[in-house]
Design a protein around this ligand. Structure first.
Ligand SMILES: *Cc1c(COP(=O)(O)O)cnc(C)c1O
Length: 404
């Protein structure tokens, strides 16, 4: 994505042309950005050749998952729906892990029938449920158990998952108890230790701490796991203020860990793979001026992209046609929904804007469309995939008929 002359392009296509042809709001993905993100992720961890399971909850579009599958990735799913979608995209069940705090009997049974790689469990009661199914089906089941390492990942509070006050994972005490109880089980194969300490993590330090906790608990348990699933959470640079995650430090720590401990590493990245491969194209409906503020009223709203309203997340907004007239006044980019939090961004200056102009909200590939809703009975936006000069609709704009 870049400007040629003054026009914003995704690969070889001007954003304004896409907006004119397919309407707004629309999520637009660059296939080649997605591919290069996957290649880069692999490169960071090359010599340990991890299994990389894409976190489907970050983006569950079938075509996107097909592309991800073509790149050799597996999937991390958190519901039966996501599991079905990953299988439909052709992802090998032996590269699928099923995570989540509370899976239903039906979801567990379905996953077991599909012979996926691992069911990662985080409570003793759920493990008992899996054991019940194992007995019914007379089948030994491969499971992972998720540890809560009690680490603050220093990210937004609402997307932190590894502190003891968070609902995720098992405490050290319960973790060790489960190993003792199931290590010689006839029904369950305890294959994996999993963790996931949060999302949008930009410091390597919490990851180092996490590895130390894992190492210590493995010593205490005196048990060998075939897999260590380190989860995802790698942050991206939503703006210049955000630090770049030092992958090299994380990688070196994992390598050191593997010197003492032979196991296969699994990663479950979502955001770092897909976030910066997409823009949300939106049209300015109206500009409402007050003494102090220009309200830029967009046709995209919090139902299309909820991250700013839900987590105070910041997404840059850029023009599709650059001009050099800067207006020094507070600009608030808002949606039309009847909620004060339906606001994307507030800035102190912006280039001169006109009604009907197209803007792009940046880095929306992860937790954008997948968190969209029909609030205010608004239809969900379309999704478009750009590959050089080719443009493909990968999800049609929802029709009002389908929700009324
Ligand atoms: C959400 C989630 C991920 C992906 O997190 P990102 O921050 O998008 O990389 C991975 N594993 C689990 C268990 C998750 O819940």
């Amino acid at each position: 994505m870049n400007y040629k002359k003054s026009n914003l392009y995704i690969e070889n296509i001007p954003v304004q042309k896409i907006a004119r042809k397919f309407g707004t709001p629309s999520y637009c993905y660059s296939l080649n950005k997605l591919k290069s993100n996957i290649k880069n992720f692999r490169k960071h961890f090359k010599s340990i050749s991890p299994m990389i399971c894409f976190s489907v909850k970050s983006n569950a579009n079938l075509q996107i998952l097909r592309e991800i599958k073509k790149m050799g990735m597996g999937a991390d799913v958190v519901s039966k729906g996501e599991l079905i979608m990953a299988l439909k995209a052709g992802i090998n069940p032996k590269k699928i892990v099923f995570s989540g705090v509370g899976k239903t009997f039906d979801e567990l049974k379905f996953a077991i029938d599909k012979n996926i790689l691992l069911i990662n469990s985080e409570s003793e009661s759920e493990i008992n449920e899996i054991e019940k199914i194992s007995k019914i089906k007379k089948k030994k089941i491969d499971i992972g158990i998720r540890l809560n390492p009690n680490i603050d990942s220093k990210t937004l509070k609402k997307i932190s998952t590894g502190r003891k006050e968070d609902k995720f994972g098992l405490t050290e005490f319960n973790f060790l108890k489960i190993i003792k109880k199931y290590k010689n089980s006839k029904n369950l194969n305890l294959k994996c230790l999993s963790v996931h300490i949060g999302s949008q993590i930009t410091s390597y330090k919490p990851y180092i701490k996490m590895l130390k906790v894992i190492e210590s608990i493995i010593k205490k348990s005196n048990y060998n796991f075939d897999f260590i699933d380190l989860g995802g959470g790698m942050g991206i640079r939503y703006n210049k203020k955000t630090k770049k995650l030092n992958y090299k430090k994380y990688y070196t720590a994992i390598k050191n860990f593997l010197k003492n401990y032979k196991t296969k590493i699994i990663f479950e990245p979502g955001r770092s793979i897909i976030a910066d491969s997409a823009l949300l194209l939106t049209k300015i409906l109206y500009i409402k001026k007050t003494n102090n503020i220009n309200f830029i009223i967009l046709d995209a709203a919090m139902n299309d992209l909820i991250r700013p309203a839900l987590y105070n997340a910041e997404h840059k907004i850029i023009a599709s046609k650059k001009n050099s007239k800067i207006v020094k006044k507070r600009h608030e980019f808002v949606g039309p929904i009847c909620e004060t939090t339906d606001k994307f961004l507030s800035v102190n200056k912006f280039q001169m804007l006109k009604e009907k102009e197209i803007l792009s909200i940046c880095d929306v590939g992860a937790y954008g469309m997948s968190l969209s809703s029909n609030y205010n009975l608004r239809t969900k936006p379309s999704e478009i995939l750009i590959n050089k000069s080719s443009v493909k609709i990968i999800r049609k704009r929802q029709k009002l008929n389908n929700i009324i």
